[in-house]
Design a protein around this ligand. Sequence first.
Ligand code: F6R
Length: 312
Amino acid sequence: MPRVSFPHRVGHIFLVFAVRKAIIVGYTSCPPNSIPQPLLSLLTMRVIILPSSTEVSQRAAKFIARQVERKPTSVLGLATGSTPLGTYRELIKLHEAGHFDCSQTTTFNLDEYVGLSPDHGQSYSFFMRENLFKYLNIDLARCHVPDGLAEDFESYCVSYEQEIQKAGGIDLQLLGLGSDGHIAFNEPTSSLASRTRLKALTQQTRLDNARFFDSLAEVPTLAVTMGIGTILEARNILLLACGAKKASAVRSMIEGPISSFVPASALQLHANVTVILDEPAAGWLIKRDYYLACEQVQQGLEKGPHSSISWE
Ligand code: F6R
């Protein structure tokens, strides 16, 4: 075996520490105004399990409203699909009650079907207008949904990323979870470093989403989507999952190995992720009781005399 000389070994040790420090600092540095790091969850996901999907929506809406209250100019990353619908309804209620003012907020949606115009009833642009934007005091000029009809997707995708950067980056990214473990439309085997691009939808995703269309044949085969690398750059991430159909993906995301086969497992690399689940979605978690116990301790710490954080 070749021997490594002493100065070389010292060099290796310094290199390992420098790389580790760079990774930790890169993922944990939180600019001012972002939601503070939960006390117990440093470098892990915070997993909150609630009895029902209604409570998931209420909790998620408060989480988002609090971000905007702390930083009115927040940049929010938004999702579509059935999961965030309840959260959007709760946000509208908060807005009507005077607790959610998004007049200075900017939004970027995760994805859009390729081939659907913003006026198509199943486009994500239409979904956002009909289910959220039109009820809020948000400036539509600051609401971005990827263009499913772009002429040149290569340059369009680069420009979408640039728009996010110009806005200062995403403060809080809301995510749903596909039953195959996808986030946005990053299907299994997506690169964990991927950026906004076109992605072919899996048959599973097309079948899952066929419920919104008249037939499976009408479900587009391509989408334009933020990449996993794009999502991991958000300062805070809030993922919601409800229902037994998501239980397997939830388990792989939180407790499985990090793998491009389960795109959501990449969230384990991010230092500020909160996952809110209803009981059925949490049904396969091996450490379910531990997460419940952690949450109790977390709540206690946050209510403690030295804490400046209050989540409830
Ligand atoms: C939609 C999106 C998708 C959905 C996922 C779950 O913008 O990014 O990843 O979050 O397909 O969809 P639902 O909530 O309909 O189960």
